[in-house]
Ligand binder design. Sequence first.
Ligand code: FAD
Length: 392
Amino acid sequence: MQHFDYDILLVGGGLVNGLLAWQLKRIKPWLKFLVIERGISFGGRSTWSFHEKDLTPESLNWIRPLVSASWPFYQVVFPEYERQLDSRYYSIRSRKFHEVLFQELSENVRFNTDVLAVSENQVVLKDGNILSAKVVIDGRGKLELEEGACGFQKFFGLEIELNHPHGLKAPILMDATVEQKEGYRFLYCLPWSENRLLIEDTRYSETPEVDSEQFRKEILEYSAEKNWQVREVFYEETGCLPLPLKKQFCLGGRSPESLRETPLTVGMRAGLFHPTTGYSLPMAVQTVDLLLKTHDESSWAQTLEHFSESIYRRQWFFILLNRVMFLSKCPEQRFQFLQHFYRLPIDLIESFYANRLSLFEKARFFLRTPPVPVRAALSALRKELAHELSSE
Ligand SMILES: Cc1cc2nc3c(=O)[nH]c(=O)nc-3n(C[C@H](O)[C@H](O)[C@H](O)COP(=O)(O)OP(=O)(O)OC[C@H]3O[C@@H](n4cnc5c(N)ncnc54)[C@H](O)[C@@H]3O)c2cc1C
């Protein structure tokens, strides 16, 4: 019998591996596992938001201790209209994520530890040490992006304390009445308390670079326009999420045939995120649920393979939408696509976010065609489309 140091090694202590470790400790406490993270905390610096319908009631139940805030509705604001959507919205802040997880997992994590290489049963650390396990899961996040294969959703956020209450009762998911720059631009506001807000400037852009100074300045200008007097800036976060324009880009650039290859990969790195919103929390939760329902860890490869394949089959629709958006001749008109989208019935919007659109709902979506070159996008994807429609 081969000897292993651990049952499971989780490489990267971000969203998905953090959730997996937390649930492993609760549900399978007899397993010997270790999370190896190069940073100093679980989850880094992020705010992960999601819609109630993105998760099953059971999943929502187990993830609830991590939730920092939730609101019964949210708003969107476009040049032509404003809308309140009565659908509960939740946010998890990485500070709380770390605090809750660390309380239970302090014995199961090594921070400040860089991993150089990952293979089926081994992890090579930067200091030269090698650890072994029956199962190794690679959750190192970010993908290396091939040029031209994706557009980007990039953002920069400031958490600010105001001198007076801001007056918001719920999040503004998109305020697109601002000047359009670098493609589609909107401001995103999460009201943590009466006087405290997270404001993010977000752009659906061709380029990944975020000019932090410029974004910071423009967020403060936006606050001033709203008469929100900033007393203090507490925290900032930034990110750039890939929005695939080619189907090969899904599954983290791997082919469906190579899914069986080890090491097992999860989260962003595995392409397990919503191609149009860049959100990955719902799929991270589903991944954890599926792995924990799989009785024997030696079958995790199979579970992940089936899950990835089922996601991959559904991605064509969102890639089509991305192409429609990014092929628009004038990037500054990209906002019209979203302005159109948020006029749709709420059930359709919820299914869209939850990545659960039925074929009928996809058709409903396109019957209200957005004002961008659908035909160009369709022709680029026609082969894949024919194949996917026949398999749905
Ligand atoms: C600021 C921000 C806001 C976001 N907001 C949302 C949102 O509202 N809703 C949503 O669903 N999604 C959101 N996302 C997108 C998505 O949820 C995140 O990208 C998510 O964190 C991806 O999860 P993951 O576990 O795959 O990777 P990550 O959470 O990025 O975790 C990867 C971890 O691996 C570690 N790591 C990397 N390389 C090594 C190495 N060599 N050795 C050791 N450790 C390593 C990293 O330090 C990191 O902690 C946001 C992303 C960002 C950046």
